[in-house]
Design a protein around this ligand. Structure first.
Ligand code: ADP
Ligand code: MG
Length: 453
């Protein structure tokens, strides 16, 4: 590393530590969160195109969540293979009429598909997150870092402003106000030992500044530390107007019966759960796969938006769907024989669950016909790499990287009546060209910003 690069890294790390671009390490020490020193360039049209679609995806997620029968039909075969999904699905049946207000906080993730022929990549949907969409807080912090680093550079003017946190606080505050109880609070459901706690604290402190106190609690603590009173979920004597989940998306968060009862209590109360179980299920991989079928998209997507949404889809398939040149070979056999063309996804969230390449082929060969219902296949999106400088735990990595762009969104509705629906800003996660996953917490991705043009 040259002396000047070393200086740049040291300055960036100090800025990150000073401005809260931080996390806990596995040994409970404070460290900067992984970040890039070189924001990710993207054509303005691509950036604006993704941002424009956020409200449409939000509306889609709401429409799906309002159709428990569709969710049950779509997820039934997978749930038969998966106790976790099965229990969530059963919980979703009893939601009717408990709370007409709903708040969705989403993050819609895209990769730019490489188009070698035209040189113009197209944004393709990776997934719609309806639960625990993280990094709205730290995304603003990395943007501040880039603004600082580029202040004397002509690139500074191209840096795309980003402050998803304030929009998220606004949406949570609006939902709290709509709940209509003077003494209300927010319950934040967390994983014990969370290392990305600062991202959550930013939200919590933002709410506090609006007069809304937040109580943090793991699912398993809810039965002992809350109670139901006239429909309200009472937390330390105050009704939780909003219960915001940063946990509960995977079976690990339901290790005890107490944790399940905690989730059931949330769902049984009038708290505005972000997400409620139906919104969570609307984000399931199997549901997103079904949505790529034109007749399903037509059913849930506003008419004028279907073409734009469909243009972001790559192929997604049930494992026994007919595919291949003859149109009769099941998708799983096509993928087993062409593993580099696909990603194999189980019904899980939170990173690290998908299978690629040799592992994908081996898993497909080993699955029984009924086990195949628990997975979907998705065409793999290959992005053109760009040169980036990345900092992780104080050391620098330079070379070809690929970036994934998430758009944060918020939708508040009373029944089907949408009261607010907006794009809030973005998250960019940048990973090494050969890394398959992008997770920041998983140790692959680096927080990043966008450069327009
Ligand atoms: P999770 O719920 O685990 O976040 P995702 O569908 O977002 O599931 O997949 C995790 C990561 O795997 C993504 O962030 C992305 O980096 C990669 N990935 C997922 N789908 C694809 C795809 N079709 N092509 C290429 N990479 C993908
Ligand atoms: Mg994801």
């Amino acid at each position: 590393m040259t002396a000047s690069l070393k200086d740049r890294l040291a300055e960036a790390v100090d800025f990150a530590l000073l401005h809260g671009l931080i996390k806990y390490t596995p040994r409970n020490a404070l460290a900067h969160a992984p970040f890039t020193l070189t924001p990710c360039p993207l054509p303005a049209a691509a950036i604006d195109g993704m941002a424009r679609l956020t409200p449409t995806y939000n509306a889609l997620a709401l429409a799906l969540a309002r159709d428990p029968r569709f969710l049950a039909e779509t997820l039934g075969p997978a749930a038969a293979q998966d106790d976790f999904l099965g229990r969530l699905l059963r919980m979703g049946r009893s939601r009717d009429g408990v709370q007409p207000l709903s708040l969705l906080l989403t993050r819609i993730d895209f990769l730019m598909q490489d188009a070698a022929e035209t040189g113009v990549g197209a944004a393709k949907l990776v997934e719609m997150n309806t639960i625990s969409a993280a990094y709205a807080g730290l995304a603003g912090r990395v943007h501040a870092l880039h603004r600082h680093l580029l202040q004397d550079s002509p690139d500074g003017a191209r840096l795309v402003p980003n402050d998803p946190l304030s929009g998220m606080v606004d949406a949570l505050a609006a939902a709290t106000a709509a709940y209509g109880h003077a003494d209300a609070c927010c319950l934040m459901v967390i994983q014990p030992g969370e290392r990305n706690i600062f991202d959550q604290r930013l939200l919590e402190f933002g709410l506090r500044a609006r007069g809304i106190p937040t109580v943090r609690m793991a699912l398993a603590d809810i039965p002992g530390r809350t109670r139901l009173h006239e429909g309200h979920l009472l937390v330390e004597g105050r009704p939780a107007a909003v219960t915001y989940l940063r946990a509960g998306y995977g079976p690990e968060d339901y290790a005890s019966e107490d944790a399940w009862q905690g989730r059931e209590r949330i769902e049984a109360s009038s708290t505005i759960a972000v997400p409620d179980v139906l919104q969570q299920l609307a984000g399931a991989k199997k549901v997103q796969q079904q949505l790529t079928a034109p007749e399903v998209l037509q059913r849930f997507c506003p008419a004028g938006e279907q073409t734009a949404v469909a243009a972001t889809f790559v192929g997604q398939f049930g494992l026994d769907d007919p595919l291949g040149e003859d149109g009769t070979t099941p998708a799983w056999q096509v993928a087993r024989d062409n593993p580099a063309r696909f990603v194999l996804k189980p019904q899980r969230e939170g990173g690290g669950n998908n299978l690629y390449d040799a592992e994908l082929a081996a898993r497909l060969a080993a699955l029984s016909p009924t086990q195949r219902h628990a997975y979907i296949l998705m065409e793999r999106i290959y992005s053109a790499p760009h040169h980036a400088l990345c900092a992780m735990e104080g050391s620098l990595r330079e070379g070809p990287h690929v970036s994934e762009v998430g758009r944060f969104g918020a939708l508040l509705a009373a029944g089907a009546q949408v009261q607010r629906n907006a794009d809030l800003g973005y998250l960019v996660r940048t990973k090494g060209e050969s890394d398959v996953e992008t997770g920041i917490s998983a140790g692959f991705g680096h927080l990043d910003s966008l450069l327009r043009g």
